[in-house]
Design a protein around this ligand. Structure first.
Ligand SMILES: Cc1cc2nc3c(=O)[nH]c(=O)nc-3n(C[C@H](O)[C@H](O)[C@H](O)COP(=O)(O)OP(=O)(O)OC[C@H]3O[C@@H](n4cnc5c(N)ncnc54)[C@H](O)[C@@H]3O)c2cc1C
Length: 291
């Protein structure tokens, strides 16, 4: 398995700025995220506080980001990271069913979701999952419930429908769904997950749905589940001014470190995180040469 210098999780302004800085510093990087980069950039109707671009639209800024990545030959690895494990002197990263290794990690996955549903954390890994692409093979011919927090999750539900028995899809957004006919779309609000040894049913405000698997597909990730053992400050990852987290070699930047929630702050922190990662790599190399 190839070992990257730096793995970057997230393609918003924080992750992209980190990727560009790391590439300029000649590091071997892998950037996980989406081809569309960040919905929070693309969907902004007009932006007035972006330095040097007083009336830029989110769509234009997003295109400029894409061109910048192309110009610097930085590909986006379109995979959702489900876990980052600190292995001592390197990190093992689980993404879309594949494993990657890197000497350090920069987490830029955006604002952490506010809360989990009762039972969700308790049954995580026991019938509850956050990645349909990764876990779909476990549910071949079985029944699943998918709670999708944005329209883009419909592609995950359509993929699941190819393998699973029955798919119930609960959209947590107002737009019209575009899904295969075999998917049952339910416009209800989830309340809690119930079960004994494993998750067995999702209770909603109007009924309940028994199934073998329950997927909660959100845009952001819960940091404590993404990076087991990381120190939190409320709902955010605790960082130093160098964007260091409590885990040596793991840095965090952007909305995931807390307010203010602004493009420029996210991009600035991404720059600092990458430069700190470069220093960390240099010190690590020096330490290895001395021993
Ligand atoms: C409608 C709207 C308008 C806004 N307007 C402004 C404005 O005018 N000015 C301003 O300064 N700010 C504005 N903001 C705030 C701004 O969008 C955020 O502060 C900024 O996008 C944060 O950047 P980020 O890189 O930290 O996170 P994000 O932009 O949220 O990017 C996070 C990225 O990480 C990816 N990701 C998440 N989890 C994973 C995972 N497990 N694996 C792989 N990838 C993952 C996501 O898909 C996404 O690509 C606006 C926000 C919204 C919603």
């Amino acid at each position: 398995m190839d070992r990257y210098d730096i793995a970057i999780v997230g393609t918003g302004p924080a992750g992209l700025s980190a990727a560009i800085t790391a590439k300029i510093r000649n590091k071997n990087i892998v950037l996980f995220g989406e081809k569309e980069l960040s919905g929070k950039v693309a969907k902004a109707p007009s932006i007035h506080n972006y330095l040097g671009l007083p009336e830029v639209t989110g769509a234009d800024l997003s295109m400029a980001y894409s061109s910048h990545l192309d110009a610097m030959d930085i590909p986006v690895t379109e995979r959702k990271v489900t876990a980052v494990y600190a292995m001592g002197d390197y990190f093992s990263i689980q993404a879309g069913g594949n494993m990657y290794e890197a000497d350090c990690v920069i987490v830029a996955s955006g604002l952490a979701p506010a809360k989990t549903y009762p039972g969700e954390s308790e049954f995580l890994g026991r019938g509850v999952s956050y990645c349909a692409t990764c876990d779909a093979p476990l549910y071949k011919g079985k029944n699943v419930v998918i709670v999708g927090f944005s329209k883009k999750e419909e592609s995950e539900a359509a993929f699941m429908a190819e393998l699973a028995g029955q798919v119930f899809y609960i959209p947590m957004y107002k737009e019209k769904t575009e899904l295969p006919e075999c998917v049952d779309v339910i416009r209800e609000n989830p309340v809690r997950i119930e079960g004994e040894l494993k998750a067995e049913r999702l209770v909603t405000d109007q009924g309940e749905y028994g199934a073998d698997g329950f997927f909660f597909l959100r845009e952001g990730a819960f940091p404590a589940q993404l990076i087991p053992g990381i120190k939190m400050d409320g709902n955010n990852i605790e960082v130093s001014r160098k964007m260091e987290t409590s885990i040596p070699g793991c840095f965090a930047c952007g909305d995931i470190t807390g307010p203010p929630y602004q493009y420029i702050k996210a991009a600035g922190e991404g720059n600092v995180a990458a430069l700190s990662a470069v220093v960390y790599l240099e010190q690590k190399k020096k330490g290895m040469n001395e021993t």
